[in-house]
Design a protein around this ligand. Sequence first.
Ligand code: 4AD
Ligand code: MG
Length: 568
Amino acid sequence: MSAAYASPPADEIAAVTLTDAAVEEAEFSQRVLIRSIIGRSDGGAGLSGATVRVGGWVKTGREQGKGSFAFLELNDGSCPANLQVIVDAAVAPLAQLVATGTCVHVEGLLKVPPEGTKQKIELRVQKVLDIGAVDPAKYPLPKTRLTLEFLRDYVHLRPRTNTISAIARIRNALAYATHTFFQKHGFLYIHTPIITTSDCEGAGEMFQVTTLINDAEKLETELIKNPPPSEADVEAAKLLVTEKGEAVAQLKSAKESKGKISAAVAELTKAKENFSKLEERFKLEPGIPKKDGKIDYSRDFFARQAFLTVSGQLQVETFACALSSVYTFGPTFRAEHSHTSRHLAEFWMVEPEIAFADIEDDMKCAEAYVKFLCQWLLDNCLDDMEFMVKNFDKSAIDRLRMVASTDFVRLSYTEAVAILEEASKERQFENKVEWGIDLASEHERYLTEVKFQSPVIVYNYPKGIKAFYMKVNADNKTVAAMDVLVPKVGELIGGSQREERYEVIKERILEMGLPLEPYEWYLDLRRYGTVKHSGFGLGFERMILFATGLENIRDVIPFPRYPGRADL
Ligand code: 4AD
Ligand code: MG
């Protein structure tokens, strides 16, 4: 075999031109994407004879033919597959190239490999342009199979692994599909704020945004460096002001020259300035400013309490109540202390909001959107999905197919509880089922995975367990809420028709023990030109979990944040 890989004769190289076989260089970087070579329907074979530059990181490398040449499996992230690269010892020092993790930028000739190899094309290197070397003794990600838990300690290097890079491509595809879906249906993309003063879910799970702590720390350091004046210093400064004032008065009554008087006035001004500076510093108190025993937020950056948003819904509603169909897609934050495989402290949410739409329209939109996402992955990410099937979840592709083509089951909360009560005769749920409870993850998963084996939309929840903004139904017991439950994940989407009646929503806010003041602007949307409207939030990482079949949400976001961890 080694003979077949001998360096090509010089005349063969010279004969190669970049004519018909040419493959285009990436527009903004000095190489051809590996995907544009091996992602072709012929696996790249038709490009044989082309000279190309490629760059990437070595997945595996080995010297062969008694060190006369080396095989490198090169990956540049453009697709899951690697390009096989062959480097002759005459071209570069092979030992520097073969370590896993090494970055190489090379130029060479694409050739169809000898019969019997699995590759359709390989690159014979003629020139090594750059090497980013790796010391294999120190590189934290050796070639051996690494667990996802282990990789969480290396969030800065884990994108180089097959799994994390496949997830990154799937995540990117889902983001693109999201914009495509909503743009196609005439929704406007609205950027809602990350810092907010209203608690959308009213659940008190918000991270606070404040500069009071930094300010207090700065002041403390400052006071140590430059201690405050004593009371005696302040008194002395005050006395000096009196003296200087008297001096000015005397000069004036003695009708002294203008020059003398203005010199004395200048001294008085200086004394006053000095006094007020000392007095101000004297009043400085270390620690966080308080008023009536409570933290004085009027001294905070925004002159009031502020938080990281838990949802862009309330703000995006302002645009829905003016521009009709809108959506927001951004990071959201929840200080939940839940150490589950389905919760993050920072996650991304897709939130459409539609005017002139009721709960039925909302459910239709949610179903169409989820189906669109599944079909998109089947159409655009099949190679990465195959990787998931092979390594993580045999049913991942079947699940996408099923969801893309099956009507979602719809049942009211009351029906869902009846089904669960029936089921609990035969199986033990950890959480007791009765009308009025918030469905637990085990209940949701029973409905979608066991009972229906399909996505399920549960609607009309008891009002006591849902947020204040949801439309109260005619029964006055339930609200027009809906959750989309999917196998593997449970709750993927939470949404509702919004309460558009001023009096009713005001009552609901008070009923829930929330203060009215922060929601006055929200109430304005009902006071003036109110409109029937609905929306939902899809947990973007939950969607990726569902698609990939991965077990832990911490592995599907580039930089996971959860209790005790916020790396980088
Ligand atoms: O059901 P939730 O709390 O709904 C809202 O926030 C609404 N304001 C959305 C709206 O109507 N515009 O959250 C929506 C979804 C959940 O169904 C779940 O998929 C996801 O967000 N989610 C989380 N994902 C990861 N980590 C967490 N801590 C999450 N909390 C909710
Ligand atoms: Mg929810």
